[in-house]
Design a protein around this ligand. Structure first.
Ligand SMILES: Cc1ncc(C[n+]2csc(CCOP(=O)(O)OP(=O)(O)O)c2C)c(N)n1
Ligand SMILES: CC(=O)[C@@H](O)[C@H](O)COP(=O)(O)O
Ligand SMILES: [Mg+2]
Length: 636
């Protein structure tokens, strides 16, 4: 059979697209899908979302003149085709790998990446800012925000739509509607978009009328009036309300999102409109890969898999998320006040079994973390015990709601902060390194860090049974085998010793680093040193007297935390030691004042000296230094 010359390798810049025919563009789309599927099957990544926007991305790059025109990708998890068309085909095999290219847009990577994204619902604000900036500078570059129906459920997107309607700048908002967030999209907005799709007939008629009126300029005022009246009549019939139009946008759509030529025609039209416009595009998530088409949720973000049968590589051990999910079901069985809330992360947070057993006590609020927290506060004020299950990185959205709506009223809301610490391949936008520092300063707040599943269970009891807010932080990692110490009842503000041999050195650690600390101790033993191991459990509040007694027992205490050093637990202990005159010298191992980038959790722990070898190395270096200064002082 005749084999077609591959095209993708010859696309170095979006301008190269202009010389391709529509049949070549269709071949290019197939090639792009093949590259995405085969690469992601090795690297992991966001498969289904990317497969859904191949044609849309090609059309956008043919119509708009990137990088002069700015295309902002919401969340950015669907930017793979964009990367392949903007000179990164050669680097694509390093997708999401340490030293490779990011799975999200990065301005540092390419001038075509107009704005960094990763968290949802920022694109309209950012694109509007880019456009306003261009206009102030007197330029004529355009701006496009590409936002999914899921990301549009976030409040920030609505704030931006409102402002854009007010400014009236010619912002193009592409609403990529595939009826899916990670799970099926939820809420009134999702239903509204479906209703809009059903009204597509109106749009066709409206355009036909517009064309007819424009086409007969000399036909006289009376005919024009009739047409305008007819247009109003049609509007009354098919188009009673359009949210976007009411905000000051033109609305076009819905348009089939896998037909490059048709997309292009519409985009060419809206480019010339000179006012804000929403282009409603219907796409299929997972398009072109049967397993992803039939189960887009499971193929949203994937680990490596086999292309032929769609099966994922087996994970070695159960992870904290699963321990949390099972614990939640047990708590709900025992206490009917327990309810669960997720902001569009039902699967990721392990709440699917809870939802199945307690559908009436489960709330998916959409990508709306701020609302999730204030909503939980309301439930708590009614005597319920809400648990907001949210990734550490996404609770950053809700700092004010945690302070203003929950902590100020001392309401018993439990925050289950999954993915606390390094999350790996999503990179800097998703690392969960700030929660300790963000919430340690909040009065009434309790922060807990389990080292294992049994401890997580105890902590969930503590949170749901307590009188005020509690955050439980745990990593994206397998949980270690339970040991006796994990079952010790919790005592407010105190940790628990995992090993205690009256060594001169103590390693005090946040739970997620349990395995690394245990292994570090073995390395130290092999070097002839021993260390006591203290699992902090509580990161706030701390029983100062007790902590002081711990500090006074050792020559050196290492505080080892999977989070930022600034505002962390070690910093607090150092201040306590100084204030109360503790004898121990304090060392802090944590993440220094920097954003942690791409790499697996293992690689990032290594990079920050928080893996077993790094921890042991720091202890050995400190002890050697201390022996050296002792020798110098005592022996001269
Ligand atoms: C603030 C925030 N919350 C949650 C997420 C996790 N998340 C990433 S993509 C996604 C679904 C997005 O749906 P949509 O915008 O419709 O894009 P699609 O994947 O359907 O193309 C979610 C919930 C996020 N990135 N940011
Ligand atoms: C893009 C995004 O924010 C999510 O899809 C995120 O990547 C999910 O992370 P996990 O794979 O850890 O659930
Ligand atoms: Mg969607």
């Amino acid at each position: 059979m005749y084999k077609k010359e591959p095209l993708l390798a010859h696309i170095h810049d979006p301008n190269d697209l202009s010389r391709l025919s529509y049949s070549e563009l269709s071949q290019l789309a197939d090639e792009i899908r093949d590259v995405i599927i085969s690469t992601v099957s090795h690297t992991g990544g966001h498969l289904a979302s990317n497969l859904g926007v191949v044609e849309l991305t090609i059309a956008l790059h043919r119509v708009f003149d990137s990088p002069k025109d700015k295309i902002v990708w919401d969340v950015g998890h669907q930017c793979y085709t964009h990367k392949l068309l903007t000179g990164r085909y050669g680097e694509f095999s390093g997708l999401r790998q340490n030293g490779g290219i990011s799975g999200f847009p990065k301005r540092s990577e390419s001038p075509h990446d107009a704005f960094n994204t990763g968290h949802a619902s920022t694109s309209i604000s950012a694109a509007l800012g880019l456009l306003a900036g261009e206009s102030l500078k007197g330029g004529d570059g355009k701006a496009v925000a590409v936002i999914g129906d899921g990301a549009l459920t976030g409040g920030l997107a609505f704030e931006a739509l409102s402002h854009a309607g007010q400014l009236g700048l010619p912002l193009v908002v592409i609403l990529n509607d595939n009826k899916m967030s990670i799970s099926p999209n939820v809420g009134g907005l999702s239903k509204y978009l479906s209703r809009l799709s059903m009204k597509s007939r109106y749009q066709r008629i409206r355009r036909w009328i517009d064309r007819s009126v424009k086409g007969f300029p000399l036909i006289g005022a009376s005919f024009y009036d009739i047409m305008v009246r007819m247009k109003r009549g049609v509007k009354a019939l098919f188009y009673t309300d359009n949210f976007f139009v009411d905000l000051g946008f033109e609305y076009v759509g819905p348009i089939e999102g896998h037909h490059i030529q048709r997309l292009e025609q519409v985009l060419e039209d809206v480019k010339k409109l000179g006012k804000p416009v929403v282009v409603h595009v219907i796409t299929q998530k997972g398009k072109g890969y049967q397993f992803a088409e039939s189960d887009p949720s499971s193929y949203h973000g994937v680990s490596p898999f086999s292309v032929d049968d769609g099966l994922f590589e087996r994970r070695e051990a159960p992870v904290f998320t699963e321990a949390f999910g099972s614990a939640m079901v047990r708590k709900a069985r025992a206490d009917e006040r327990v309810v669960a809330i997720t902001a569009a992360m039902e699967k990721g947070t392990g709440l699917a079994p809870f939802r199945t057993e307690f559908p009436a006590r489960f709330y998916d609020v959409g990508i709306a973390e701020e609302h999730a927290v204030s909503f939980a506060a309301g439930l708590a004020a009614q005597g319920l015990r809400p648990v907001v299950a949210v990734y550490s990185t996404f609770i950053q959205r809700s700092v004010d709601q945690v302070i203003h709506d929950v902590a100020l009223q001392n309401l018993p809301v439990t925050f289950a902060l999954d993915r606390s610490g390094f999350v790996g391949d999503d990179g800097e936008t998703h690392q969960g390194l700030f929660d300790i520092a963000l919430f340690r300063s909040v009065p009434n707040m309790t922060i807990l860090a389990p080292a294992g599943a049994a401890e997580l269970d105890l902590m969930l009891d503590w949170g749901t049974g307590g009188q005020g807010p509690a955050a439980i932080r745990y990593p994206k990692a397998p949980f270690p085998e339970n040991t006796e110490a994990f079952f010790c009842p919790l005592e407010q503000g105190r940790g628990v010793f995992i090993k205690r041999k009256n060594s001169p050195v103590c390693l005090a650690f946040t739970g997620s680093l349990y395995s690394q600390v245990i292994e570090a101790e073995s390395i130290l033993n092999a070097e002839g040193l021993s260390a006591d191991l203290y699992n902090l459990r509580f990161l706030k509040p701390l029983d100062e007297e007790y902590l002081l007694s711990v500090l006074n027992r050792y020559k050196t205490v290492f505080f080892i935390e999977e989070g930022m050093k600034q505002g962390g637990i070690g910093e607090y202990a150092a201040e306590l030691a100084l204030r109360m005159g503790a004898s121990a010298s304090i060392r802090i191992l944590g993440v220094s004042d920097n954003f942690a980038g791409l790499g697996s959790r293992k690689q990032l722990l290594e990079l920050c000296g928080l893996d077993a070898a790094g921890i042991a190395g720091s202890v050995l270096a400190a002890c050697r230094k201390e022996v050296f200064s002792y020798k110098k002082a005592v022996l001269g």
